[in-house]
Write a protein that binds this ligand. Sequence first.
Ligand code: NAD
Ligand code: 44H
Length: 382
Amino acid sequence: MKALHFGAGNIGRGFIGKLLADAGIELTFADVNQAVLDALNARRSYQVHVVGEQEQVETVSGVSAVSSAGEEVVDLIAQVDLVTTAVGPVILERIAPTIAKGLAKRKAQGNNQPLNIIACENMVRGTSQLKDHVLKALSQEDIAWMEDHVGFVDSAVDRIVPPAASASNDPLEVTVETFSEWIVDKTQFKGQLPAIAGMEPTENLMAFVERKLFTLNTGHAITAYLGKLTGHQTIRDAILDEKIRLVVRGAMEESGAVLIKRYGFDDAKHAAYIEKILGRFENPYLKDDVERVGRQPLRKLNAGDRLIKPLLGTLEYNLPHHNLVKGIAAAMHYRSEQDPQAQELAELIEKQGPKETLVQISGLDAGSDVVAEIIKEYNAKA
Ligand SMILES: NC(=O)c1ccc[n+]([C@@H]2O[C@H](COP(=O)([O-])OP(=O)(O)OC[C@H]3O[C@@H](n4cnc5c(N)ncnc54)[C@H](O)[C@@H]3O)[C@@H](O)[C@H]2O)c1
Ligand SMILES: O=P(O)(O)OC[C@@H](O)[C@@H](O)[C@H](O)[C@H](O)CO
């Protein structure tokens, strides 16, 4: 079996690419980072440091790489059995035309073997969003063929992978936590489900996607934003700050109350899920910067993402949301010189004030009580 993975970054090398290669799949990475491409092609292998109480160094081998911009990647899409991505939500639209070209070539070559495409991004149904972008670049005839032969499979992906902290300067080295979870929607596959250890098929993907994004990522983002505001550099330092921990746990519980109503999760099991996540944030073996976790605040303040979507759920079910409000206000205070979205956020607030900015980014109703609550909290932190 052959696979092409877009994005040889932290999750690409440290999680999805590793599972594919470990499963004996012939794996090619596609990326835009020339140093990473050159290193992968020169060495054909790299090391993954799995850190927990005992550190394990695992070698991933037999991999290669191509530029995601050239013809080689189009040829690969025409040939492989599986395409995965971990490039970041905003990049999906950019790689879609290449995928469309590859699919058109696959059809033209008469390759009717099933192909499955799985986006492994922190998004609700990210692969379906990728499919929408791909459709825009295909002819009607190619679309009809694609619907018969290509599965667009949504997934939920969970493993904390910060940039490697090692002093080795090796562009391929990656450090990961021991925990990992990759859940895929088994109803969307074409052909036989591939047997990949660590990839778990489910018929109930939405529950898993929302459970992960609106618990772990909700708590993670709030830890980052409150941490940054308080002057902490890492997620561990921030979550060990009792005041921050209280708000983070509270926000995960508020979001959890929505998930329990919506999906019927067991209360005690969900409480244990939250405790386990708090422990993962505290991991002493990972150095995870608040700036990595807080990155792209405009994306994170979007209506469908980890802060506003749980808040909307609390309004739907008339549930408490005090801690989510604190987290959203902290997100609006997020400033980072290396993050264009943080700069755009600051400029918007400077130009039109916090209320207008919040309404514009989140889609919340300008006249609503909840907007007034967030702005009150925002002003109290100013
Ligand atoms: N790091 C984590 O802890 C983690 C965990 C779960 C999910 N995720 C999700 O995985 C995705 C990737 O995150 P990451 O932390 O690995 O980011 P990253 O920045 O480490 O990796 C992204 C990679 O994509 C590459 N890339 C950018 N544009 C490209 C293009 N046009 N074609 C091909 N490659 C391109 C970059 O060069 C980089 O190597 C995101 O959606 C993120 O939310 C991350
Ligand atoms: O990747 P983002 O920017 O959507 O979110 C930052 C982190 O919360 C995220 O990467 C987590 O580390 C990951 O989702 C853990 O599974």
